[in-house]
Design a protein around this ligand. Sequence first.
Ligand SMILES: NC(=O)c1ccc[n+]([C@@H]2O[C@H](COP(=O)([O-])OP(=O)(O)OC[C@H]3O[C@@H](n4cnc5c(N)ncnc54)[C@H](OP(=O)(O)O)[C@@H]3O)[C@@H](O)[C@H]2O)c1
Length: 249
Amino acid sequence: MKELQGKTALVTGASRGIGREIALRLGEAGAFVVLNCTSRGVEKAEKVLGELRERGGDGMVKAFSVSDSAAVDQAVDEITKAKGPIQILVNNAGIARDALFLRMKDDEWDDTLNTNLKGAALCARSVVRPMMKAREGVIINVSSVVGQMGNAGQAAYSASKAGLFGLTKSLAKELASRNIRVNAVAPGFIDTEMTADLPAEAKEEMLKGIPLGRMGSGREIAEAVLWLASAKSSYVTGQVLAINGGMYV
Ligand SMILES: NC(=O)c1ccc[n+]([C@@H]2O[C@H](COP(=O)([O-])OP(=O)(O)OC[C@H]3O[C@@H](n4cnc5c(N)ncnc54)[C@H](OP(=O)(O)O)[C@@H]3O)[C@@H](O)[C@H]2O)c1
């Protein structure tokens, strides 16, 4: 029997990048995976679902914005009616709107915090009620090394990612008595569309600060998320797992 057989997992931001790899990995491990993205990403998410089915897994695509409270509640309600309670939530959806602090616009701050931090809280709040009833659940928040160490030009992004640590630890304490575990992963410099546009010199500079000397892959993050989602980590809650090639220790 596969380790996530019989479980339903909701992975936000699963149309590409790290979320895509997480969705595929959880699906390979037997979970029915709900792949979320915005309405822009549906075609890509359908392709990921096709890949998952080719690998013997199954799931569905559900487009909604994680920062839209009513849309989140409606989607979770529909998933729960179709598949029963969600056992695994991976809050992966995220955006980076980089700007030097003095040039940062209000909407850049709001969009970043609303997607990366409020979006994770809204999704967690929506799945937690049925999880509490079922006395079973796992929530994994995808933060960032930048939330741990800060980064010039990323004040909003790093504030949103640091905020996820507080959310993770508070929910872990609040929900442990209902057998709901809440953890975070903090990826380092990972090869996805989010990092593809960085100028070559910036990438080279970044690589100098990584003891393992290379970028990470989405699959390496997905393996850690699978471990946190599975019973193998049954005594782990409220933790931040850094996956960064030694970039921050
Ligand atoms: N790449 C890195 O080096 C790195 C390092 C540390 C942490 N992270 C974190 O890891 C996560 C994934 O990063 P990535 O590099 O894979 O990013 P990416 O390639 O840019 O993909 C972002 C994903 O988030 C989705 N998304 C964005 N806004 C959304 C919203 N409001 N509602 C629902 N989905 C939304 C996108 O969907 P659409 O296709 O519909 O736009 C897409 O699926 C993010 O939280 C990021 O901050 C990344």
